[in-house]
Design a protein around this ligand. Structure first.
Ligand SMILES: *Cc1c(COP(=O)(O)O)cnc(C)c1O
Length: 449
């Protein structure tokens, strides 16, 4: 089988100092090495083991606040609904909930997690292309803020479920604006070829139908064009302009439109990207949707949580191949799948103070999983990393733990929240016993031991 090709970059990788300069919650301390807020990461790795996800509460708060402030400064009446699929840790959701955030959920599990973290149902949006009747019923029972419907079939289903319950479902229509967000194909959602949303040309008729159906209160329109959007505001502007035009047309026909959902997708710098700022996003919303004077909603996931997290890992061994150095870690693609799935680049920093200043040479950083795709990076400038050396993958706070699996019968990694000088395990490492515990062997196969 051919080896996966390394992602091609035409600029040099940022060095350790450049990576740190853009991440205010991380510092290289002379004695303690890499420190998150006031906690040396070596201390967490030694006490909890590796691989371990570590999240900075201060960073979650700071980034949520920056988004909220940018929207307020643009003069928008806006609410923020954190996309729980980016990070559904109860502790992380709790930190964001305490700031006043709502949530955007795409499953019963995420709805339950958001509620368990103290996010009121009245601040939760239910998105996704395939909500089951059970999920719709649970959302209505909880008193959800709104359900974003993605098809005519789903609108009928919501109407039927709500009517049978004697409820009225608040429903927005997710529009597929057919615009190119210019992001990775696997995380682009706003093109007509993608499975998401209702074709722009069908939306007005469906909205009118919604207004006539029992059990449905039409709330407005929603749009989400993709994730990790870094290439300017053109895609956003085009999508919001279409939403504005459609909302105007609906209101012109006397149909009620209460608010508009602008989705998420704002990108973050993993390597040297220069994504649009929250102010630029707020400006684009203001310019396109502002004239309608309606409240707007935002569903950011990655932008809030991505930079707030790291994945700590230990070096199992360094393998000298034919003119290549392989650093084999105890973290793998089952923990952090983004490099294998999206060719994603993550900064990798050693934790020990001396290793942050040691001579560098190229290394391929890999996990122990039996797949060539279990390669985090190739040719990365890293110091000599002997067995037991500790490293941190940067910007692993979004689509990290939530996308992990137990492939190769590897238990789920532990999770830790850092809050100033305090830190706590928020999810203990899964045990091998737990990994086997809920399996059953039919008795006709005979005793197992
Ligand atoms: C995934 C998703 C989001 C969040 O996307 P980010 O890129 O993490 O901001 C928001 N809304 C919907 C409907 C989504 O599917």
């Amino acid at each position: 089988m051919a080896s996966p090709l390394p992602a091609v970059h035409d600029t040099p990788d940022p060095d350790f100092a450049e990576l740190l300069a853009r991440r205010p919650h991380l510092k290289a301390h002379v004695l303690d090495g890499l420190v998150m807020d006031d906690v040396p990461l070596v201390q967490i790795a030694q006490r909890v083991g590796t691989p371990t996800w570590v999240y900075s509460a201060a960073t979650l708060r700071r980034r949520y606040g920056a988004l909220r402030d940018a929207l307020a400064e643009a003069g928008l009446r806006a609410s923020i609904h954190f996309a729980a699929k980016a990070n559904d840790s109860l502790a992380v959701l709790r930190v964001i909930a305490a700031e006043g955030a709502g949530a955007d959920v795409v499953s019963e599990g995420e709805l339950r997690a958001a509620r368990a973290a103290g996010i009121p149902a009245g601040r939760i949006v239910f998105s996704g292309v395939g909500k089951t009747e059970r999920e719709i019923a649970l959302a209505l029972e909880e008193g959800i803020l709104q359900i974003n419907a993605e098809s005519a079939e789903e609108v009928e289903r919501i109407s039927a479920v709500a009517s049978a319950m004697g409820r009225v479902a608040p429903v927005s229509l997710r529009i597929n604006p057919d615009v190119d967000a210019r992001t990775h194909a696997k995380i682009s959602t706003g093109l007509a070829e993608n499975k998401f949303g209702i074709a722009y040309t069908d939306a007005a008729a469906l909205y009118a139908r919604m207004a006539s159906l029992p059990g449905i209160r039409p709330i407005g329109l929603a749009v989400h064009i993709g994730s990790q959007i870094t290439e300017g505001m053109a895609g956003y502007r085009a999508a919001y302009a279409r939403v504005a035009e459609l909302a105007q047309a609906l209101m012109g026909r006397g149909l009620p439109v209460e608010r508009l959902d602008c989705g998420g997708g704002l990108g973050i710098p993993y390597r040297d990207e220069l994504p649009p700022s929250p102010a630029a996003l707020a400006g684009a919303i203001k310019a396109t949707l502002g004239p309608l004077g309606l409240p707007v909603m935002l569903e950011p996931g990655r932008w809030i949580a991505g930079p707030a997290g790291v994945l700590l890992s230990s070096v199992v061994l360094q393998k000298r191949g034919q003119n290549r150095r392989f650093v084999v870690l105890d973290a793998a693609m089952n923990d952090l799948v983004r490099p294998a799935m999206y060719d994603a680049w993550h900064g990798i920093l050693p934790l020990a103070p001396d290793l942050l200043h040691a001579p560098l040479s190229p290394a391929d950083v890999v996990g122990p999983v039996c797949e060539s795709g279990d390669t985090f990076t190739r040719g990365r400038a890293l110091p000599d990393l002997p067995p037991g050396a500790l490293v941190a993958f940067l910007d692993a706070g979004a689509y990290g733990a939530t996308m992990s699996s137990t492939y190769n019968a590897r238990p789920l990694a532990a999770e830790v929240l850092v809050d100033g000088h305090r830190w706590a395990v928020t999810r203990p490492r899964q045990t091998h016993e737990a990994l086997l515990a809920n399996q059953l062997v039919p008795d006709w196969l005979g005793a197992t031991a």
